[in-house]
Design a protein around this ligand. Structure first.
Ligand code: HEC
Ligand code: HEC
Ligand code: HEC
Length: 443
């Protein structure tokens, strides 16, 4: 009897503790900012929104900017991004600065609703007060109000309950702005701030755990930016890994990719194309240099030998030797753009030899781009003249598997073979006419 009483007492304490955590509204340090304080100049305010890429999720290709409606797939159903235009009835027109701050940095909406971490508030938590104020000014003054009611999420129990998110936050969320490291230089600190905070690069590039939490939020853990699979795209390692990461890239190579969409090693594609089209190309040269400087400070996680080009494949292909599975298809369908030597042509037609996204153990991005092609890169308002075509209709799962294996193991590339099953699975989940669609694009 006594034992039972003890258990009940513990349960009661536990439930009270949970209720307190769930009911608690966080306090924003910006609550004390005078309402009449002067607004951030438009250009600076817009830049804050570009850095954080709010438009990528809160708009759809056909819709008005920031009116919401983008469907984001999760294994348990779909979440829709909301209307964040200053419309008072359907958007965030009634938000005070402190309420906006709680949504962006702490994941709590004006009505106390906990937001799903599909909204990257775990990264935005690092934003400086001044940037949150700039964002607020941008949305209140520079964005056109649009009357568009929000879509209802399509989540299955238990994910449709929001209160457990408060407990998720206790386990995984750190409510702390970025703190500069005094033993690192100013560019490194600026880069770390941009990558971890507004840029939320880790939301795609850091592996996630069982509760969908990013396994690391900064460089203290070597899982940070070590590569992750999301929405059918593999966001490769941004660490110093010699072959599968940025080990062989210079800081200038990284700046060039983020600024123009291309460099001599690779091109942006898949979900990175959205990050490029909407965000990184608008960053100043100084900010991009800071990002590159920070990324190049992250040591390799895997011990790899650097890529070494091997002439064998090109010699065989040029001699008409098509004895490896996939080689014939490669010459017929791909060689025209990517060349028999796998080196591509200049910066617009990327090399496949030594390309980090081909060398990774995880082949999803390679399969996905062969099946579905690439979206349009738009740099400085000008759409790309070359584009990777889709082969979904033209090639079978077997042919794509052979082809993907061929390009992952030729010219010195030494990645694992690709199975027909992996191709079949991605074909199904990226088919826009199936109900298993996992959202091809973040925007
Ligand atoms: C990766 C996608 C993504 C990005 C980037 C993103 N959001 Fe969100 N945001 C969401 C989703 C999804 C929701 C709805 C979450 C839910 O229903 O729990 C949301 C909800 C919100 C809300 C709550 C609005 C309400 O009352 O319903 C605000 C405010 C907001 N976002 C502002 C921003 C701002 C400002 C930025 C840029 C700094 C931003 N978001 C960037 C996905 C995103
Ligand atoms: C929406 C998801 C997403 C976000 C956010 C994102 N990336 Fe990526 N990134 C990807 C994917 C997928 C790839 C692999 C395809 C490619 O190479 O373009 C990639 C590739 C890259 C590459 C090229 C790597 C290579 O080896 O080819 C760099 C560099 C990069 N990202 C930097 C960044 C930085 C810096 C940020 C933050 C400012 C960022 N990414 C944010 C998805 C994302
Ligand atoms: C018409 C020219 C063209 C053809 C044909 C073509 N590609 Fe591409 N490919 C591109 C371009 C351009 C990109 C860069 C993404 C973009 O801008 O569309 C690309 C990107 C890629 C990438 C991602 C590399 C990276 O990091 O940027 C892979 C893998 C790839 N192609 C494989 C293939 C395979 C396999 C075939 C044959 C089935 C093929 N391509 C046929 C033009 C082509």
């Amino acid at each position: 009897m006594k034992k039972l009483g003890g258990v009940v007492a513990i349960l009661v304490v536990l439930i009270v503790a949970i209720v307190i955590v769930v009911k608690r509204t966080p306090r924003s340090p910006l609550a004390a900012t005078p309402a009449m304080s002067s607004r951030t100049p438009t250009e600076q305010a817009e830049y804050a929104a570009r850095l954080a890429d709010c438009v990528a999720c809160h708009s759809t290709a056909e819709g008005k900017p920031f009116a919401g409606g983008l469907k984001m797939g999760t294994p348990l159903g779909a979440i829709y991004a909301t209307n964040i235009t200053p419309d008072r009835d359907t958007g965030i027109g009634n938000y005070t600065l402190a309420e906006f701050d709680n949504a962006v940095r702490r994941g709590v909406a004006r009505d106390g609703r906990r937001l799903y971490p599909a909204m990257p508030y775990p990264s935005y938590a690092k934003l400086a007060d001044a940037d949150v104020k700039a964002l607020y000014d941008y949305f209140m003054h520079d964005v056109q109000p649009v009357s568009q009611p929000n879509m209802k999420n399509e989540l299955k129990w238990p994910l449709d309950m929001r209160w457990p998110l408060a407990l998720w936050n206790v386990a995984f969320f750190q409510d702390a702005t970025y703190r500069a490291k005094s033993n690192s230089d100013a560019a490194w600190n600026r880069g770390a701030y941009l990558v971890q905070g507004p840029g939320h690069c880790g939301s795609c590039h850091t592996p996630r755990g069982i509760a969908f939490q990013e396994k690391a939020l900064d460089e203290k853990d070597d899982l940070y930016l070590s590569g992750a699979l999301l929405d059918g795209w593999y966001a490769s390692s941004l660490r110093g890994d010699a072959k599968t990461g940025l080990g062989s890239w210079s800081e200038q190579d990284i700046v060039e990719l983020l600024k123009t969409g291309h460099n001599l090693h690779a091109t942006v594609y898949g979900s990175m194309m959205d990050a490029f089209n909407n965000s990184t190309q608008f960053m100043t040269d100084e900010d991009l240099a800071a990002i590159a400087h920070y990324l190049k400070s992250l040591p390799a996680r895997r011990s790899e030998q650097p890529f070494v080009y091997d002439e064998k494949t090109a010699t065989a292909l040029n001699a008409g030797d098509l004895n490896f599975p996939g080689a014939g298809t490669y010459l017929k369908q791909c060689g025209f753009c990517h060349a028999a030597d796998g080196r591509g042509h200049g910066k617009l037609l990327p090399p496949l030899a030594g390309n980090p996204t081909l060398l990774d153990a995880e082949p999803a991005s390679v399969i996905n781009i062969i099946l579905n092609g690439a979206g349009r890169i738009v740099a400085g308002g000008v759409p790309d003249s070359y584009r990777m075509p889709p082969y979904r209709v033209l090639l079978s799962d077997r042919e794509i598997a052979d082809l993907a294996t061929f390009i992952r193991t030729s010219w010195g590339n030494d990645a694992s073979p690709v199975t027909t099953e992996s191709v079949a699975e991605l074909r199904g989940s990226t088919d826009s006419t199936s109900d298993r669609v996992i959202v091809l694009k973040m925007r």
